[in-house]
Design a binder for this molecule. Sequence first.
Ligand code: PLP
Length: 370
Amino acid sequence: MTMIPVANPGAAYRAHREEIDEALGRVARSGWYIMGEEVSAFEHEFAAFVGADHCISAATGTDALVLILRAMGIGPGDAVVTVSHTAVATVSSIDLVGAHPLLVDIDEADFTMSPDHLDEALSTWSGPPVKAIVPVHLYGHPADLDRIMEIAGRYGVPVVEDCAQAHGASYRGRSVGTFGVAGAFSFYPTKNLGALGDGGAVVTSDAALDARCRLVKQYGWQQRYVSEIPGINSRLDEIQAAVLRVKLKYLSADNGRRVNLADAYRTLGANPRIVPPGVKPGSGHVYHQYVVQSDQRDRLETHCRDRGVGTSILYPLPVHRQPAYAGRVSLGPGGLPVTERVPERILCLPVWPEMSDGQRDAVVGALREF
Ligand SMILES: Cc1ncc(COP(=O)(O)O)c(C=O)c1O
């Protein structure tokens, strides 16, 4: 029995092999490998896709978050609010710029930042001044942007969106990444838009922030060999930009296929023992992951494996429980009870655009029969 993987970046390559191979060859033959025409074209195309004025490519999604925070002047002596049920990169990027992470709880149905807990945390926090709020559009589901933007506005704190798992996700018809001052994307190979290696990008419609991100991403250079401010080296390779340009053309169709798979799991695979992922009104979920909950998660995991359906648990340990960060973060009032609970309940099922109908039916069958 061959196991259906949870994600399958190789299938995404094979689906567009000729075009991708052509793009790889084109860059190799060009003799220009860093910050050239492919990067510049991709930045324009991705900004247009998202509906932002600017896109600044970077080496990784982690770097995209770091670029934004540094460009905003956030560092030691500042606090940044985010969640603990996320990829460690969301929190590590805050730590990397020297700011203090203040972590708030999530909504149990869709796993994104709880606006109520955010409000409570901001109203009771007595630590360093909060300079940004970073909601994560986890698994492809937009955070509750109406309420988060309203709360952020009330406290006068800018919002930076972590869109690493949400390429093409929308909220009330508008793409994520355009609500806050900036959005950060990752192009890690398994993402909805994935490179053949690492990659990331910032999107923003703030011209000053765009200019500052561009300075930080390349040694603080405005002019070659003259650093205006301390910077880093975080560039997207030409070769990755060329691959991403091919894959971007298919992103909307690929997201549509993810939504179809999720609809099939939800309806045909309905089972009272399994809670499907919640979708808030107005949310255009793009199912980077299809994450169910169950009181009998471990049994469900074994049941799926026995039927050739691969699964994973994202994330098994909240960031505030991880050795590196346990002593370096603060938690909102009352702690994070939902964040503590969900790792015992969640399971990610296979969802990738090239899945066959037979593979889809195998997942549906595994869900229904549990
Ligand atoms: C929510 C989230 N934020 C940030 C990142 C960081 O992206 P990268 O792995 O490209 O550094 C990731 C990727 O794993 C992610 O899932």
